[in-house]
Design a protein around this ligand. Sequence first.
Ligand code: NAP
Length: 359
Amino acid sequence: MKKFKVGIIGATGMVGQRFALLLENHPWFEVCLLAASPRSKGKTYSEATEGRWAMKAPIPEKMKDMVIYSATDDIEEITSKVDFVFCAVDMKKDEIRALEEAYAKHECPVISNNSAHRGTEDVPMIVPELNPEHAEVIDAQRKRLGTKRGFIAVKSNCSLQSYVPALFPLSDYGVKKALVCTYQAISGAGKTFERWPEIIDNVIPFIGGEEEKSEQEPLKIWGKVENGKIVNATSPEFTAQCIRVPVSDGHMAAVFVSFDKKPTKEEILKRWKEFSGAPQQLELPNAPKQFLHYYDEDNMPQTQLVRDIEGGMAVHVGRLREDTQYDYKFVCVSHNTLRGAAGGAVLMAELLAAKGYFD
Ligand code: NAP
């Protein structure tokens, strides 16, 4: 595999910092440019993240002294220097939509963590193990944008990365409806305990916009590519409550599910154990060996104990049992800034690189 030159747009933020660490020694991708808001322009990466480096590992040595570009003012220069960019910025939705299209129109593919384009019909939203075939829609998107190379591909919301991976392998039993309650980590809000002391010893029963995303985005993942668009599925029906809890990293979901054709418990466990997808078959650098880990112990999966397994890229499931109102209930955990954000985006980029979309 040829080594691709990549930029991180939003490099100073919580997800941007994760990208920096994940890409530090990546075998296919080499970070050669960092960008953030005009406020950070001209500072070195160390200066721009001083007092807000939120990772346990230190700033990558080779990025420390890189001088930050302005993501909005330096598009011409940035796109001339890289093969593609990862993007995770905190801006208004319409500004992000315009920014990402501007990069794509400069023939620079954008692998995005932002939600702005998740509803765009010809923008694939890929969980690499589940719907890699949605990449096919990129040809139609390039036609619309008038580009040869440039396109946008997005990652889904972090909350659903905990429960959709467990439900998707059960699709042919007809997943009819699912009720999910998510217990979401503070890094999902770009926060640490130092920066958000009010969350200690507290639970906040609201995360703006999260329940809508948790209910609607899965339907795109279950959707089909038809005539250059992704047509959303109409089932499963989801209902969600999303709650912020005092955990640094790792989203948990309590799931209740009913099927058209109820599988046995053994059939569900077998599906989870045997499920793998394109990342495992292609042996992508960040693919977990085992995508779904099931735990028999009643007190598992605990966030702190499982979130970092397989580089934070696996999804953890436990407590599968029959329910009195739905067919089954169970609990899932995934690392929200690794599998749920930067790691999921890097894996998607690896999939697209392996399939030739950056050539
Ligand atoms: P964050 O920590 O607040 O970082 C925001 C980044 O955006 C910083 O690099 C900031 O640069 C940059 N930025 C802000 N205003 C800008 C502007 N006008 N022009 C260009 N860059 C600008 O946010 P985050 O948590 O990393 O989230 C970033 C994106 O990823 C959001 O869309 C979020 O919804 C999404 N996301 C986050 C998570 C998560 O777990 N945190 C998960 C999935 C998706 P400065 O430092 O210069 O201000």
